[in-house]
Write a protein that binds this ligand. Sequence first.
Ligand code: PLP
Length: 368
Amino acid sequence: MPRFADHLYHPGPDNPFPGIWVLQRRLGRTIPHRLGSNEGLDMPHAALRRHFGDAMVEHAYCYGDSEALGVRERLSQQQGIPLEALLVDAGADSLLALALRAVAPAGQSVISSAGTYPTFGYFARGQGCRLVEVAYHEDEHGLSPDLQALAEAAHQEEARLVYLANPDNPSGHLHTDDAVKALRRALPEDCWLLLDEAYHDFRPDADTPIAREVMPGVIRCRTLSKAHGMAGMRIGYAIAEPETLYMLMKVRIHYAVSALTLAAAEVVLDHPDETRQHIADVIARREALAEHFRSLGAEVLPSATNFLGIRLSSAELAGQVHGELLAEGKLIARPAHPDLGHVLRISAVADALTPGRLATLERALQDG
Ligand SMILES: Cc1ncc(COP(=O)(O)O)c(C=O)c1O
């Protein structure tokens, strides 16, 4: 069994404020008079009402449901994931931080790919972990997190946790479920696999049974930032065994997801057709963009996400194109990690397909 931080094996800490929603459920009745939470219930909110309307303001007054039951119920019903295997937090980022807080105290080693989604390393270093990075597997076919190297490093460094983004950012690479399971089996028994599935919804097999699998020793993190278009509202969810989520809940910031965000997520989840259409549109744009750049001779990396990675002939050229586009007021992404400085990443939004929008990149590809 993978280990948590030692202090979490003692009783507590207990969340001092699970909140009125949890209490109402526990008592089995509503509590109509909120006289104990020191909220600003008498605030008229004239300015907010003028700006956003009454419906939004009703969600501003009170602390939200720290157990996010409404969102979890919808996720559970729609995806067939057991309710008790779901935890909601303020985006996948918050879930990465939460997992680190619960399993990897300062001084412990954690492993990731050199150049992958950098927020993981930022959080790991920020709490004093030893971050050990292994190189990507790179050849003429593409760029992918090297699962064997991750497992080897986990053994060598006696790591508490291995981070894998699948599909990966910035490569867009999708490892098969069998490969991910083989990685889990190859890890030391006391080491966690933190599986960042922020782009899960764009997988071609997103609706197959693997999507709902609760894997022992694995914390899967997903988000409503991408396919559901809610990045600004900050909400995501973890899928893990209930005993694992129990430990994560000990150190979770209980009101990190606002009442407004929970309400908005419930509305969006109640309209899955809109999300499904959005995903289909994004994938169509991504493929159109890939086709366009391939026709110009670019090395477009296969992507199972809402973006495209393009591999340039050198980091210098990628840096130059990135800088020129920025000077034109166009921000594409270039990994800050020196190992992946030759990769540019473009979101598959309609603006990217506007003729001429990325002309500077097109010229560089044709010249190079
Ligand atoms: C791999 C990966 N994980 C997590 C996130 C952050 O997701 P959230 O907005 O839910 O915090 C991103 C966003 O770009 C990402 O690429």
